[in-house]
Design a protein around this ligand. Structure first.
Ligand code: G3H
Ligand code: 13P
Ligand code: ZN
Length: 333
């Protein structure tokens, strides 16, 4: 098995100057599609589960599906990552399940609705990193809150990442990777007009923290062909807009390594299922629509792996274990 702490995958991506997709999953077909794409393109990969995904799968199912992915693909460095953990309890639960990496999103409070201030974010992140590192598990945090540049979150609220806060935050919390808020948001409706991102934030942070892994959430491109297919087969996604691939490639060039993608995968699955339902309404075997959905998702992810520059890097390094990282963090204390 090449189930590795995410730190190894991201540190290698820093060295190689490429991006690694972190793909959200909820079920078997999504996991199989991502792993097939990783095999085909020989890419290291991060599969991530949100709190909602873990709840949907009753925790234990997703855990075993991810472990199956690792067992079936021993030559692919793979991290099991918790996406947007909101408390130490959630982080502990993911670690108990066998996740090799966790995100503590202290940018918002536990409800996910109210922004935390810098000190609150720092404190919860520090506690989670202290706990996770004892088991060798990687920790990602977030500074700033997601949302479009034009959305405006109110003068008194945190919005885009303030580069001046980053060095202090990383030093005090000892996190392994940091998500920057540069104007992206989750979902299929990221921009009302032309996509606009604050690339200068990446540049500034990269200068301040050379070699430190950076993360971009809300990185779905919302490809027009998927919007068109969904709308053609009875869906309704008017004015959906994502981050153009060229912008993601620019972010990678400037120094982002982890690229979070959920929405595009959801759209590929939905488009395929809608197509089967519309074209062959007599079908009722779930395999008749889940297999095409899996196949279309595989193609989408394989093309992202090529576009992010991940392809061809699966065999660059020998996989390391959680135990190796327990020793690493002990030395770093
Ligand atoms: O962070 C957002 C991801 O797209 C996960 O979404 O909470 O609906 O599973 P979810
Ligand atoms: P998208 O909604 O752009 O796919 O972003 C997903 C994400 O950031 C998960 O954490
Ligand atoms: Zn996210």
């Amino acid at each position: 098995m090449a189930l590795v702490p995410m730190k190894q995958i991201l540190d290698e991506a820093v060295k190689g100057g490429y991006g690694v997709g972190a793909y959200n999953v909820n079920n078997m077909e999504q996991i199989q599609a991502i792993m097939a794409a990783a095999q085909e393109t020989q890419s290291p990969v991060i599969i991530q589960a949100s709190r909602g995904a873990l709840k949907y799968s009753n925790f234990i199912y997703l855990k075993h599906l991810m472990l199956a992915a690792a067992e079936e693909n021993p030559g692919i460095p793979l991290s099991m990552h918790l996406d947007h953990g909101n408390s130490l309890d959630t982080v502990k639960k993911a670690i108990d399940l066998g996740f090799t990496s966790v995100m503590i999103d202290g940018s918002l409070d536990e409800s996910g609705k109210v922004p935390n201030n810098f000190e609150q974010n720092l404190e919860i992140t520090r506690k989670c990193a202290e706990y996770a590192h004892q088991t060798g598990v990687t920790v990602e945090a977030e500074l700033g809150t997601l949302g479009g540049i034009e959305d405006g979150h109110g003068a008194d609220q945190i919005h885009l990442t303030d580069p001046k806060q980053v060095a202090e935050f990383v030093k005090a919390t000892r996190v392994d990777a940091l998500a920057l808020a540069i104007g992206t948001s989750h979902g299929a409706y990221k921009f009302k007009a032309e996509p606009k991102l604050a690339f200068e934030i990446i540049e500034e942070v990269r200068k301040l923290l050379p070699g430190f892994p950076l993360v971009m959430h809300g990185s779905s491109s919302v490809p027009q062909y998927l919007v068109d297919l969904i709308n053609k087969y009875g869906g309704k996604m008017p004015n959906a807009k994502g981050v153009p691939m060229e912008s993601i490639q620019k972010a990678i060039k400037l120094g982002v390594q982890k690229i979070n993608v959920d929405t595009d995968g959801r759209m590929a699955v939905t488009a395929a299922i809608r197509r089967v339902f519309a074209e062959t309404p007599e079908k009722f075997d779930p395999r008749d629509y889940l297999a095409p959905a899996r196949e279309d998702l595989r193609k989408l992810i394989a093309s992202k792996m090529k576009d992010f520059g991940t392809a061809g890097h699966a065999k660059d390094y020998a996989p390391r274990t959680l135990k190796d990282y327990v020793e690493y963090y002990k030395k770093m204390k």
